[in-house]
Design a protein around this ligand. Structure first.
Ligand code: PKZ
Length: 194
């Protein structure tokens, strides 16, 4: 079963997404947006370590290999972890728009079980933009980019300012990020109007 709910249908005044002129070139690895992100951070031992690569237009591909720490049922990926992989992949699209945005809504279809050791090949694209609202879609396939479809998702991301994180994040981590010039550079790469 698939098909997104009315909340994920772009309004009549939505426009096509525009790839930012300074977006990473097609084929370029996007890198982690935060060292300790559960989805993409290299400093998160049990994280997904998802790696995303820019595609054409406002699209990208990503890969994630399911580890024993990601199990739900014996030998199978937990559904919440797969939803995280989709969420992270969709969130990475914002590198190409150079916009900071957070997930407002994520609708997921789980079509096939995903065994531990499998590499999930993900593809995502932004389909429409309406003001601060970014509509996007993603798929995850087993074993290769042309493999069987295992998971898919439609989502709405909402553009926010850096203040979103500063105001709501725990002080300890926010301060550490503020003191890290590398992280500040990565955050700036998301923003058109910092
Ligand atoms: C120093 C620090 C450096 C940090 C450097 C970070 C770098 C970049 C990190 C990125 C990280 C990504 C990681 C992966 C993606 C996540 O996992 S993000 C984490 C999960 N998501 C969240 O925590 C978001 C929690 N929710 C919220 O904060 C707020 O609800 C939101 C989403 C910001 C919206 O609140 P708001 O700004 O007050 O906006 P609001 O007026 O309510 O909504 C705006 C529009 O969106 C619509 N909308 C909002 N929510 C929904 C919904 N659920 N369904 C349908 N429509 C909705 C509204 O109806 C409205 O539509 P219009 O009226 O404009 O037509």
């Amino acid at each position: 079963m698939s098909g997104s709910s009315a909340a994920l249908q772009p309004p009549a005044d939505a426009v096509k997404p525009v790839r930012h002129p300074d977006a990473p070139a097609p084929g370029e690895l996007l890198g982690a947006h935060y060292e300790h992100c559960f989805g993409c951070g290299p400093g998160q031992p049990h994280g997904l370590h998802l790696e995303a690569r820019a595609g054409e237009g406002v699209s990208l591909t990503a890969e994630f290999t399911v580890q024993p720490a990601h199990q739900g049922a014996p030998g199978l990926a937990h559904g919440g972890v797969l939803a995280t992989a989709l969420d992270e992949t969709l969130g990475s699209l914002n590198w190409l728009l150079r916009t900071i945005a957070v997930t407002g809504r994520l609708e997921t279809d789980f079509l096939r079980p995903v065994p531990v050791g499998t590499t999930l090949y993900l593809e995502a694209e932004v389909t429409a933009v309406a003001g601060r609202k970014i509509y996007c879609t993603a798929t995850g396939r087993l074993g290769g980019p042309g493999g069987p479809l295992a998971v898919r998702a439609d989502a709405l991301f909402v553009e926010v300012k850096v203040d979103h994180f500063v105001d709501h994040g725990r002080q300890e981590e926010i301060q550490a990020v503020m003191n890290d010039p590398d992280q500040i550079r990565r955050t700036r790469a998301f923003e058109v109007n910092p």
